[in-house]
Ligand binder design. Sequence first.
Ligand code: HAM
Length: 414
Amino acid sequence: MIRAIKGTRDILPPDSATWNEVESTARSVFRTFNCQEIRTPIFEETALFARGVGAETDIVSKEMYSFDDRDGTSLTLRPENTASVIRAYIEHRMDQIPGVKKLFYIGPMFRRERPQKGRYRQFSQIGAEMIGSSFAGIDAEVIEMVSTLLTSCGVQGARLLINSVGDPESRAKYTNALKEALAPHIPALSEDSQRRAATNPLRVLDSKAEQDQPVVEKLPSIHEFLNEACREHFAAVRTYLDDRGIAYEVSPRLVRGLDYYTHTTFEFLHGALGAQNAICGGGRYNGLAESLGSKVPAPGIGFSIGEDRLVMAVEEARGGPAAPSLVLYVAPMSEAAFRRGSLLAQKARAAGVSVEVGAPAKLKRLMELANKSEARYALLIGDDELARGEFALKDMRSGEQVTVPEAELVGRLY
Ligand code: HAM
């Protein structure tokens, strides 16, 4: 038997209802921030991610699904969407539209990670990018948008961690200091960290390997190396978050696993998620457009929420998936009743009511099916009811049954 590929999964009802609900909440929150939708292709040239996300990151060096097209071009299923959004921004000259461009996306991403609860090889992100400004007020607005979205979905108590990874000048100094601090400990580090200590020491900071932790804990903090401009930017972000009443913790080791970040980085963690507790990650990327070959600068900041994890947190908060929403189960006891019931269903559906029409059967069987469908009401149609043009409407919660004339039926269903 053919099964779904490892690390991928089917989203079935009733969970799919929670997914839809979360997406529609996201869309309405984004609208209130004047943030509009962008849809980019699922696959791109491999070079986009290698240059944008960084060749030394886990994502690019180990986790991409890449393949050669027939003309030899290397293509990759997108592991994230920020690089694609910036590519589209440059390609369509969106920099020529005045003001900050605010773009959101919802869709699948692909990373060849070791699957576990909350970590998949195909997962979905709800994300947004605000491009065209390096003003710290936008950083606060982006973080406020995530915070609003989480609360609107019913997820309380997520912890916000923020940090600054500085600008290239500050980071060059920090990188040198890290190399020096790491040098005496190289033999004690994991294989990946040994390599990265030389190529990209910042990545050692977000190493998950147990054996690296004693060394990582003693490394200097980036805050000792931030120049004046970086310190000012970070202080302004904090002020604007304070203005908004958004609580945060400064976490100096939060460098994030992608190379494009400058200045602000942030994550939202949620307790209900277990080991994979990052529900959202984001940050500023002032040089990303230039590293993708753009002559035009496009400083920006954005985030991506792991939708799989958000759905888990929402279902955990409310104790299960969204309740099924069937309103009426039509239970016909003969073929003539079925035909009449189908016309009644047509009218009710035209008024926006969800209806399931059973096939003709005995009353007992129909009531079993009505129960299983979790419908709010059942409409019982037998030959007597047909003759009178009145129907028995049963409230499936209270068990109460009333006789309703055909013309009044739809009005009774709320
Ligand atoms: P990221 O931290 O790689 O950032 O991913 C963001 C979120 O996606 C994570 O916090 C997590 O919730 C979810 N996620 C990542 N990998 C998986 C997985 N294998 N299974 C399930 N969920 C996962 C980015 O992708 C950046 N593009 C964020 C960003 C936008 N930065 C600026 N703009």
